[in-house]
Design a protein around this ligand. Sequence first.
Ligand SMILES: NC(=O)c1ccc[n+]([C@@H]2O[C@H](COP(=O)([O-])OP(=O)(O)OC[C@H]3O[C@@H](n4cnc5c(N)ncnc54)[C@H](OP(=O)(O)O)[C@@H]3O)[C@@H](O)[C@H]2O)c1
Length: 118
Amino acid sequence: MLPLVRNSKSGRIVMLSSGLGSITWNADPKWPFAAVKPLGYNGSKAILNMMTVQLAWELRDTPIKVNTVNPGYTATDMNANSGTQTVEEGAAETVRQALAPDDAPTGGFFQTGGMVPW
Ligand SMILES: NC(=O)c1ccc[n+]([C@@H]2O[C@H](COP(=O)([O-])OP(=O)(O)OC[C@H]3O[C@@H](n4cnc5c(N)ncnc54)[C@H](OP(=O)(O)O)[C@@H]3O)[C@@H](O)[C@H]2O)c1
């Protein structure tokens, strides 16, 4: 898709990651989701986070921003609607990143209200 994104004056790539992809949080036994450790899921999100950093580096001399987002625990089909946030709340940071201004950061891990530790 990169050739298409490059055609935009303000290309934005937003990865749908998860707090479960944070190695820092996974390593913290006091983190509320510390017991949630499916290796395939958490590992795939950690790789997605690495891809975010590497793609942001590759595109550092372009206007394109590449960021990754933790939507938070959101009621969707994926968790049989057990999530504690609405879809609107879960989508908010992704939408914010998709509309980020030209002076916004690139290569970061975000959630509503702030950054997520890698
Ligand atoms: N919900 C949460 O609490 C939560 C928390 C953290 C991160 N996330 C992440 O947020 C993202 C969205 O999750 P969600 O909760 O919205 O899940 P969801 O309700 O299960 O929706 C997943 C979406 O992905 C589409 N999809 C699945 N496989 C696909 C494929 N091979 N090609 C194209 N589309 C495909 C599905 O399409 P169909 O409907 O057509 O099958 C569906 O629209 C995921 O990356 C998830 O890991 C979710």
